[in-house]
Design a protein around this ligand. Structure first.
Ligand SMILES: Cc1cc2nc3c(=O)[nH]c(=O)nc-3n(C[C@H](O)[C@H](O)[C@H](O)COP(=O)(O)OP(=O)(O)OC[C@H]3O[C@@H](n4cnc5c(N)ncnc54)[C@H](O)[C@@H]3O)c2cc1C
Length: 404
């Protein structure tokens, strides 16, 4: 396995790092305090070619690989996790789904506008009564002539009130459960579409999380993605890369925690010396640094498997599970290292801790990812080799899990 980044990957990482350090980090605290959506930073990221960066140039993208996509998300998240989640949903789910499963007409209609940042994308699977058990969603889509009529309520939609296009999942055949779910490209201008409650959150306060209400919402037939009944498979297949994106977001927050803690440990003096000279603090920093490096490698490995067209469902679950828990541990330790100052809003670690909390919940809770990983390692087809790359070649890869 090659642990080195290519020149192109380094170039993208360094460009996004410079933007994040100079333009994003200085305003991230204010965006959080004012709960202000990062409109301008997103526009700048579009100018830099980061929005839709993994899309081919013919659709307006930069043709970057998934590893670069994750590196970019790590850098954005290190500065502002709210901006990172908006980019993650836009890039790793919306653009990827349209490119991978959309028709040529759908690609031409949406991808250039998504890459230019003219519209933002959203992904809407969760409902009030279906989260982990996403296949039990209740929103219906009935075909009437050349339109589907959608009815239901979707919940917790990132970019939901800001999106120009929402990839929305509804059931065209409730009797078929998961096999009755279909994916649609829904625009906010469609009759019967309404943005409901905008959620007030513990963290990621500058991000947009909204309820979407569909009341006899008319969606033209040509806005269906794939065939009727293919929606759940599309959601599961796409969430594989989506989870690598959330893992990258987690690595970014964890790195910000470590950077702030190192700075503080060198500056803060107690008992006549910097607290970084106490072994108790050094061990915390050493543990954080080691775990973050492991989380980074797991994340880049999942992305690199995707780039090579190899199965990575188990690997991306492991990356998401581990990185999200590392970020929470790192945030907790960062607050501890900052003492009382860690608990007040003048220092950014207070925001990091609030932002990190959701990472073990969205795009599959830690409990669900442990189920997915366990299911794969216990599957008979998983036994021949402990190395998942070889396993992928021998068996056709880790089997698809049932939970998003
Ligand atoms: C800020 C934010 C942004 C989000 N963005 C999006 C988005 O853009 N699009 C979207 O579709 N969704 C989004 N979500 C929804 C998110 O993916 C769900 O919240 C998540 O999947 C968990 O579902 P739930 O909240 O209904 O919890 P539940 O599924 O009700 O789970 C509650 C608890 O039970 C546990 N549990 C459930 N089933 C099992 C089981 N079988 N075994 C063991 N434990 C179990 C869970 O792990 C959890 O601890 C977002 C959520 C938040 C908070």
């Amino acid at each position: 396995m090659d642990f080195h980044l290519t020149d192109a990957q380094r170039l993208i990482r360094d460009m996004v790092r410079e933007f994040a350090d100079k333009e994003l980090a200085p305003i991230a605290g204010e965006l959080d305090r004012l709960k202000r959506f990062p409109e301008k930073p997103l526009q700048r990221l579009a100018e830099l070619g980061v929005l839709g960066m993994t899309m081919p140039p013919e659709y307006g993208g930069a043709g970057a690989d998934a590893v670069s996509g994750c590196l970019a998300l790590m850098e954005i998240s290190r500065a502002c996790a709210s901006t990172a989640v908006a980019v993650s949903l836009h890039n790793t789910l919306t653009c990827e789904i349209i490119h991978r499963f959309g028709t040529e007409e759908q690609r031409r209609r949406y991808l250039p506008a998504l890459c230019r940042g003219e519209i933002l994308g959203a992904f809407s699977l969760t409902e009030p009564a279906s989260g982990s058990d996403a296949a039990s969603l209740r929103t219906t889509a009935r075909l009437r002539g050349d339109h589907y009529v959608l009815n239901g309520t979707k919940l917790f939609v990132t970019n939901g009130s800001r999106a120009g296009v929402v990839i929305l999942f509804a059931s065209t055949d409730p009797a078929q459960d998961a096999n009755g779910i279909t994916a649609f490209l829904v625009e906010p201008s469609f009759p019967g579409f309404r943005v409901g409650k905008r959620e007030e959150k513990m963290g990621l306060r500058a991000s947009d999380t909204a309820e979407l209400v569909l009341e006899d919402c008319l969606v033209p037939v040509e806005h269906r993605i794939g065939q009727e009944g293919e929606g759940f498979k599309i959601a599961l297949a796409s969430l594989v890369y989506g989870r690598a994106g959330i893992a990258a977001q987690a690595v970014g927050i964890a790195q910000a925690c470590l950077d702030a803690s190192i700075r503080y440990a060198k500056e803060r003096q107690q008992f006549g010396r910097p607290i970084g000279q106490f072994q108790a603090i050094q061990w915390k920093l050493a543990n954080m640094a080691t775990e973050i490096e492991a989380a980074r490698l797991l994340t880049l490995r999942a992305a690199s498997l995707k780039d090579r067209g190899l199965p990575c469902l188990g690997e991306s679950s492991m990356a998401k599970l581990f990185a999200s828990e590392v970020a929470n541990r790192a945030a907790n330790e960062a607050v501890q290292i900052h003492g009382g100052y860690g608990y007040i809003q003048d220092f950014p670690v207070e925001r990091y801790m609030r932002d990190a909390r959701v990472l073990t919940i969205y795009e599959g809770t830690s409990e669900i990812h442990r189920l997915i990983i366990a299911r794969h390692i216990l599957a008979p087809s998983a036994w021949p080799s402990p190395h998942s790359e070889e396993r992928g070649r021998e068996t056709g890869g880790l089997r698809s899990g049932g939970d998003p």
